[in-house]
Design a protein around this ligand. Structure first.
Ligand code: M6R
Length: 605
């Protein structure tokens, strides 16, 4: 989704900004632009990729201060006019903005009445005209930005450059901004990753902060005056983040799952005690024993991992657990019990809906723990405690290794809470053993010479695909459908298998592909009946089942997974579904790493 990068220092800004934009590409965007302070502000924008922007920027640019942006369209179509930066009418002020200005319509109308001519359809453009009005009235840049922000309703991470002033003004409200501190130079980014090649010393702005950034330092302010800020040292979590020998990040990340799971469980299981220890959770055994319930919130893949997690907590610990769509939970006036535990599940740690839900829960005096991949991300910092899932960088838009590690982390929690309650040590030991076997088991599924091309043949021209599973496999069905939909653009529907006969069965006709996830668990026999109901209507069954199970005779194309504990089976059964989505996407010539319209970090509500 939208990304911001900024620079002020001694070096030419343009190459630094373009490099920063490249590092933000993984977030997803549809247009990009850059503004560099020369004698006047030089502005360059384009629809498409950063490579397209590079073609329109001059080969040499001497300006040492600039701001740049990748845009993911919200207000207004994908056009050059709507791309950021946006400029004041006299071209003396440039603004880039992430987030949404909710009262932009009214402000726009009022500005038009004073003679302002808008060049774009964006909500952002009101910001630059409002700042311009304040500058014309003789205010300093800081005052102009502060007074403008007081008129806005919504969310922003914003960076402003004003001709005649050797500083960049930034502000944050609900949309992250990080300032990187160098020697005689400063960087601004919406995401710590682009800063990692320049500096490890950063300041994370908080909501309500305004920062005045010059070559020599940063001053931070709030609406009522100056405020302190904390400089923190971050590690580059991305390390070697290129594709290596893989043709796509998605395939690379699928293959990284065994190692990622090892990282997630390493040091967190206690073999002889048959227990797990998640050091980031400040939950005493007494608190765990008395928990009335657990609620987990997330979006997309993280939501499906949360659904697996809630089943694991109920199954292993017998504690009522619920998984919620973050955007719905927050806006449905939820009853919050401060004795309960809430988990926010997110790969990026930046998802706006999840972050907003966290704040809503905290506002009602309950604790939220993060189950997060990106260290020091907004949700991780907002929660203040939780479990890092340690998947390593996930750059493909389709989430893969984060799902398996979220499920692993939530199983560890389910084990910990189960052991604090009534789970016998022997059961705990069995779980620990099964968890430790998972990396090798996932490896074997990845390496299996399974019939992917036969399954792709069934899927690639389908009008729609139905995914079915029961119990722990119901969220896996949802995740499989999401993967195929986002990578191959095929309409997919996921249903608990028993619910299929209450509606979706009407879709089935001769040759309709149905993907069934049926490991050898308590639901297996009932799922066989559902398979037969589908076959009776001409459906072709792509079946994921446990090795050696005679259920294979019910499938047309079969994929096998090793046997494991019930609550861990999603970590195995999801792998063929990820690969199926990948290979079907390839067969249809899709951009599998950057599917259309999607963003990696969804930072708008
Ligand atoms: O970063 P998060 O885990 O919070 O992201 C949540 C969803 O946006 C994400 O899982 C999305 O659905 C992916 N494209 C799924 O592959």
């Amino acid at each position: 989704m939208c990304g911001i990068i900024g620079y002020i220092g001694e070096k030419p800004a343009m190459p630094i900004l373009i490099d920063g934009l490249r590092r933000l590409e993984y977030r997803g965007y549809d247009s990009a632009g850059v503004a560099v302070m020369e004698d006047t502000i030089a502005l360059h924008k384009t629809v498409g990729r950063i490579a397209d922007l590079e073609r329109v920027v001059p080969p040499v640019s001497s300006g040492t201060m600039g701001i740049a942006h990748t845009r993911w369209a919200t207000h207004g179509g994908v056009t050059e006019e709507n791309a950021h930066p946006h400029m004041s009418m006299d071209q003396s002020i440039a603004v880039v903005h992430n987030g949404i200005i909710e009262n932009a319509g009214n402000l726009r109308q009022r500005l038009i009445e004073t003679g302002i001519e808008f060049r774009s359809e964006t909500d952002t453009e009101v910001i630059v005209h409002l700042i311009s009005r304040e500058i014309e009235a003789g205010r300093t840049p800081l005052e102009a930005v502060r007074r403008t922000l007081m008129l806005l309703r919504g969310t922003w991470g914003v960076a402003v450059m004003i001709h005649g002033y050797d500083e960049v003004i930034c502000a944050r409200n609900g949309s992250p901004l990080v300032i990187g501190i160098g020697e005689g130079e400063m960087y601004i980014s919406s995401d710590p990753h682009p800063l990692s090649s320049h500096t490890s010393r950063v300041i994370f702005l908080d909501d309500g902060d305004i920062a005045v950034i010059s070559r020599s330092g940063v001053e931070t302010h709030r609406t009522d005056g100056p405020t302190d800020h904390m400089i923190v040292t971050i590690e580059d979590q991305w390390g070697d983040s290129d594709m290596g020998d893989y043709p796509h990040f998605m395939l690379k990340e699928i293959h990284e799952q065994p190692e990622a799971i090892r990282q997630c469980i390493s040091g967190r299981t206690l073999v002889s005690e048959g227990n797990a220890r998640l050091g980031g959770l400040s939950l005493s055994a007494k608190r765990l024993r008395l928990l009335p319930h657990v609620r987990l919130i997330g979006c997309g893949t993280a939501l499906y991992a949360a659904q697996v997690g809630r089943l694991a907590i109920e199954h292993l610990a017998r504690v009522p657990s619920f998984a919620h769509v973050a955007s719905e939970f927050r806006n449905n006036d939820p009853v919050i019990d401060s004795k309960a535990v809430y988990f926010a599940v997110s790969q990026s740690g930046e998802t706006a809906d999840t972050l907003a839900a966290v704040k809503a829960i905290q506002a009602k005096d309950a604790e939220v723990m993060g189950v997060i991949n990106v260290v020091a991300s907004s949700i991780a910092r907002q929660c203040g405690q939780g479990v890092y899932i340690h998947s390593g960088p996930e750059q493909a838009v389709a989430s893969t290794k984060a799902f398996t590690n979220m499920v692993a982390a939530l199983n560890l929690f389910a084990l910990q809470i189960g052991r604090a309650r009534d789970m016998p040590r022997t059961t705990g030991r069995t779980m620990v053993k099964a968890l430790r076997a998972l990396p090798d088991q996932v490896q074997s599924v990845i390496e299996d010479k399974a019939p992917y091309s036969a399954a792709v043949e069934l899927l690639k021209d389908a009008k729609s695909v139905l995914f079915l599973g029961r119990g722990f496999s119901a969220p896996v069905a949802s995740e499989g459908a999401l993967k195929l939909m986002e990578i191959a653009y095929i309409p997919c529907l996921a249903y608990p298998a028993g619910e299929m006969k209450h509606g979706p069965i009407a879709l089935l006709e001769e040759g309709s592909p149905v993907v069934v996830i049926a490991p050898d668990d308590v639901h297996r026999d009932k799922t066989i009946s559902n398979i037969e109901e589908c076959k009776a209507r001409g459906a072709r069954i792509i079946l994921i089942h446990t090795e050696g199970d005679v259920i294979a005779e019910h499938g047309d194309v079969c994929f096998t997974i090793p046997s494991t504990e019930e609550s861990l089976s999603p970590m195995l059964s999801v792998v063929p579904l990820q690969l199926l989505a990948y290979y079907t996407g390839l067969a249809l010539d899709r951009d599998v790493d950057r599917p259309r319209n999607l963003a990696k970090s969804v930072t708008v509500e």
